[in-house]
Design a protein around this ligand. Structure first.
Ligand SMILES: Nc1ncnc2c1ncn2[C@@H]1O[C@H](COP(=O)(O)OP(=O)(O)OP(=O)(O)O)[C@@H](O)[C@H]1O
Ligand SMILES: [Mg+2]
Length: 421
């Protein structure tokens, strides 16, 4: 490089060329074209006879050179720069440049990593200012290549995220289909079982009635020839088959509950409750004190199902008291805040009694079929009342529960959607 060239290199020109390099790096051309243009522009800052840029991209070297070297000398140039690049990398943090009289080789650093080399070779010896200018270009290239790398990684990450997203969506769809398929199968087999139980229970009633009526006939027609013990056995047969008949009827009612279609509508609970109390002799004031804490909130329910629930809960409240104690029942309602899901208001109806109470461990299973805690000799029943309450309430979209302690009375509750939400 001769001194007249250097004299012409004013600071304005330096600034212009560096700005031009920055612009070139941001141009829309493809990456190698941009870098070729940059190498050409370098010549205006640091005049050279040849200029080369070696970049390491995923363990491969890319060589760009100005002017393009002869095909047979290109591999030698590439491998000598590659060796130098790795020698520089081996130096760890202190990355040195290679400066000879007429040849400068500077590292291109991206994100603290040497990822390339920029080399110029001139006819004359270079000076300190040439080193500084070439360093400025190498640093611009480093920033640019960092950006390219980041963009490529971001693109890859986005692609990976999209891939995972669509994989997840596929899996979710598949799962949903599977759930639907299984639910369908389950529904079908439940329906089949229910209809089997229904027809079985139904068919069992005819022979049962035959046992009842023939036992009755034997007693009427041949009673005088049968000793008292025999008559007693026959009576036991009649009463046992009557009990079995009642059991079957209840099972049929229970099974009907799940087969029947129900539509929910607003129900004035207080009105319904007063009607139920009026209709049943065992709920009259002579037998039991029933206190209703007015007003009771209305619910969305199914009239017949709710009637059944209230009747069963009241019957239990009246039944399970110690001998000689007059049953006292208190009924009130409570608006419940929505737990999660849609903001609908729930209404909880409470039935509190002064009865014998229920052990904590037994409370959970009470709502299952035939779960009786007391022998029939003490309190009569089949053990289906609470199972019907639970099934009916669940069919109306609600839930049931109990709070109790042995000897301290019980509080049963049913929770349904409020009619005024
Ligand atoms: N209010 C209550 N106080 C104490 N125990 C209760 C009360 N309600 C129910 N139970 C217990 O829960 C069991 C199940 O109640 P459920 O109403 O299902 O059956 P049941 O009353 O015995 O018979 P059914 O109602 O079919 O005539 C009862 O046998 C009893 O042991
Ligand atoms: Mg009962």
């Amino acid at each position: 490089m001769n001194s007249s060239d250097r004299d012409q290199r004013s600071s304005a020109q330096i600034a212009r060329v560096l700005a031009e390099i920055a612009r070139l790096l941001e141009s829309p051309d493809n990456q190698d074209e941009r870098l070729h243009c940059v190498l050409k522009a370098v010549g205006e800052l640091v005049p050279y006879q040849s200029c080369a840029l070696l970049i390491e991209r995923s363990d491969e070297a890319t060589l760009l050179a100005m002017p393009e070297p002869a095909a047979n000398s290109r591999p030698a140039l590439q491998s000598s720069l590659w060796r130098l690049l790795h020698a520089m990398k081996g130096n760890g943090e202190t990355v040195s440049s290679s400066i000879e009289a007429n040849r400068l080789v500077l590292p291109v650093i991206a994100a603290d990593r040497v990822i390339g080399l920029l080399r110029v070779e001139g006819g004359e010896a270079y000076e300190l200012e040439d080193v500084q200018l070439l360093s400025a270009v190498a640093s611009q290239l480093g920033t640019y290549l960092t950006m390219v790398d980041l963009t490529a990684r971001e693109r890859e990450a986005r692609k990976e995220a999209e891939r995972l997203h669509s994989l997840l969506a596929d899996k979710a769809k598949h799962l949903e289909e599977l759930v639907q398929e299984r639910t369908g199968e389950l529904r079908a087999s439940i329906a089949e079982l229910e209809s089997f139980a229904y027809s079985l229970s139904h068919d069992m009633r005819a022979p049962l009635r035959a046992i009842q009526s023939f036992s009755q006939a034997v007693m009427e027609d041949y009673g005088k020839d049968i000793p008292p013990t025999g008559i007693d056995y026959l009576k036991k047969m009649v009463s046992a088959s009557a009990r079995m008949d009642r059991l079957i009827q209840e099972v049929l009612a229970f099974s009907r509950l799940s087969r029947q279609q129900i539509t929910l509508q607003p129900i004035d609970v207080e009105k319904l409750l007063r009607e139920i109390i009026q209709e049943r002799p065992e709920f009259q004031t002579a037998q039991v004190d029933i206190e209703i804490q007015s007003p009771l909130l209305s619910v969305l329910g199914h009239d017949a199902s709710l009637t059944q629930c209230i009747t069963n809960l009241l019957s239990n409240a009246v039944k399970f008291v110690n001998r000689g104690v007059k049953p006292r029942v208190r009924i009130w309602s409570e608006a419940m805040p929505p737990a999660d899901g849609p903001p609908m208001r729930w209404v909880r109806l409470w039935f509190e009694d002064n009865g014998i109470g229920i052990d904590k461990e037994a409370q959970r299973r009470l709502f299952g079929l035939f779960q009786r805690l007391h022998p029939d000799t003490e309190y009569q029943g089949i053990g289906i009342g609470l199972a019907i309450v639970r099934k009916a309430v669940e069919r109306m979209g609600g839930s049931v529960g109990v709070e109790s302690e042995r000897g301290k009375g019980s509080r049963f509750w049913i929770q349904l959607q409020g009619a005024e939400s």
